[in-house]
Design a protein around this ligand. Structure first.
Ligand code: ATP
Ligand code: MG
Length: 297
């Protein structure tokens, strides 16, 4: 087999893919991975409501579901068995949710709705890479990436494939979940993903009868931890039974009940994510500028 002499990985196919990935990523201004150390804390809920909220502010948004074992994005968006766009030039685009929100998940590629694929590490890596280099995302303001729990192959592949991605870490207020946040933060530091901040989900509940806040799983732990770790706190989302019903019905909360207290909490979170992204972008640009200056001096 002939190997290109200047190929650092010794594999021309991978080099070609890397080139395509870099080209595709250039068209996407901001990439945000939503992650957590623990399962079921609300990553997909936060990703979906964040993506829809951004799209409602007229941003061009992509939502990439890298949970290959349990892709929840299509169901939660109400677009199961969605059609990938097949274009006349033979390229393939993501599934449209609305004119300025498109998503990609492994689900449209599965032969049947309930198919279970056995994924091994390298296969996961190539699937996630393919979601970038083989899919025509077009120009996007934000790409929101919904990760499975933990610090395994999927977030690792995102970190390697999208080196300029930022992370949003979701937690619930319980001690155990907070402990797992520390692991996510350590992971981000190890793989060089700047952290936008922490979200506390299932943070108190507004009683539908008396309007008082009930601390179902306690409250405030996420904020305390953020302060302790010197990381921005992006916001709290209360427990709201409508999050389950709207998620199951494929009509996300922020779009179904835009005037609710919970939608307001999502709006605040989204604004904080936008602000944190802009200030990190500015900080990184400045750091790069002064590094270049140093080299020139
Ligand atoms: N604030 C909330 N109030 C009530 N229910 C919620 C809230 N956030 C999430 N849920 C529900 O909890 C369940 C788990 O949420 P979700 O799927 O978003 O978590 P996840 O972290 O993505 O899970 P996984 O680790 O399996 O990917 C869902 O049924 C969802 O509707
Ligand atoms: Mg999920």
């Amino acid at each position: 087999m002939s190997v290109k002499p200047d190929s650092p990985m010794g594999n021309p196919l991978l080099d070609e893919q890397d080139k395509k990935i870099r080209e595709k990523l250039k068209q996407i201004d901001n990439k945000i991975m939503v992650m957590s150390g623990k399962g079921g804390v609300g990553k997909s809920t936060v990703s979906i409501n964040l993506a829809i909220g951004l799209s409602l502010q007229n941003f061009y948004v992509g939502l990439l579901d890298v949970d290959l074992h349990g892709p929840n994005v299509p169901k939660m968006l109400g677009v199961e068995r969605g059609e990938l766009q097949r274009r006349p030039d033979g390229t393939v685009g993501p599934v449209y949710y609305s004119p300025n929100l498109k998503f990609m998940s492994v689900e449209p590629l599965l032969p049947e709705r309930n198919s279970a694929v056995i994924w091994r590490g390298p296969l996961k890596m190539s699937a996630i890479r393919q979601f970038i280099y083989d899919i025509e995302w077009g120009k996007l303001d934000y790409l929101v990436i919904d990760a499975p729990p933990g610090t395994g192959d999927e977030p690792m592949t995102v970190a390697q494939t999208i080196p300029e991605a930022y992370a949003v870490v979701v937690t619930t207020p319980q001690e155990v979940s907070l402990l797992d946040v520390r692991k996510s933060i350590t992971f981000c530091k190890q793989v060089n993903i700047p952290i936008l901040g922490i979200v506390e989900n299932m943070s108190g509940m507004v009683c539908p009868h008396c309007g008082k806040v009930i601390d179902v799983f306690k409250r405030g732990g996420g904020q305390k931890l953020a302060e302790e770790l010197g990381i921005p706190f992006l916001g709290s989302i209360p427990v709201d039974p409508r999050i389950v019903t709207t998620g199951d019905a494929g009509k996300p909360m922020i779009a179904s009940y835009p005037n609710s207290h919970t939608a307001e909490a999502f709006e605040k979170l989204i604004q904080n994510v936008i602000n944190a992204t802009q200030s990190l972008n500015a900080k990184i640009k400045q750091e790069k500028g002064s590094e270049k200056q140093k080299q020139e001096d």
